[in-house]
Design a protein. Structure first.
Length: 169
């Protein structure tokens, strides 16, 4: 996979900047414990997530991240629920991201549209996209607009974020 889709880190987790938005892409691994029969003893996602958390601590300190008007995290599994992987993401990534002024986390995995506001435990909003919808992000230095369209191209939801010195939804 990395041979065909190279990343700046050479890993499947990385950061990139597109205009005023800094994106952090996290590879959350799988949702079941490493010793689950489905994996036949050949995975180590718990250690992999720990490795990413160490990288994440460093990358959020960098100028490219710090100076971005908007900060968006992309990961497949959202950090809520009762499965092993979801708890790992909540325990390993969220405490770091809570310190990073994240504007939005975008996820999939649940095949359903969910929007969760900031909370005491997770201080950034989470957008889980439906498997039959598309997210379009437009941003300038003052505002980031998210439009969600169905498979027919019709807009079904929209979210608007202002820079962190203003209030976001």
């Amino acid at each position: 996979f990395p041979r065909y889709f190279p990343t700046p880190t050479g890993q499947l987790y990385y950061m990139f900047r597109q205009g005023p938005v800094c994106f952090i892409v996290l590879d959350c691994g799988e949702d079941k414990p490493d010793n689950d029969i489905e994996y036949s003893g050949i995975v180590a996602f718990d250690n992999y997530r720990t490795e990413q958390a160490q990288w994440l601590e460093k990358v959020i300190q960098g100028d490219e991240f710090q100076q971005s008007p908007f900060k968006v995290v992309i990961t497949h599994i959202p950090p809520f629920g009762n499965w092993h992987g979801e708890k790992e993401i909540l325990d390993k990534f969220v405490p770091i991201l809570n310190k990073a002024n994240i504007d939005l986390m975008m996820c999939g995995h649940l095949h359903n549209h969910i929007y969760r506001e900031r909370s005491d435990a997770i201080n950034f909003p989470i957008l889980v996209n439906h498997n039959r919808e598309m997210i379009n992000v437009q941003a300038n230095k003052q505002q980031m607009d998210i439009q969600i369209s169905n498979s027919g191209g019709k807009q079904v939801k929209a979210f608007h974020f202002k820079t962190q010195n203003n209030s976001n939804p």
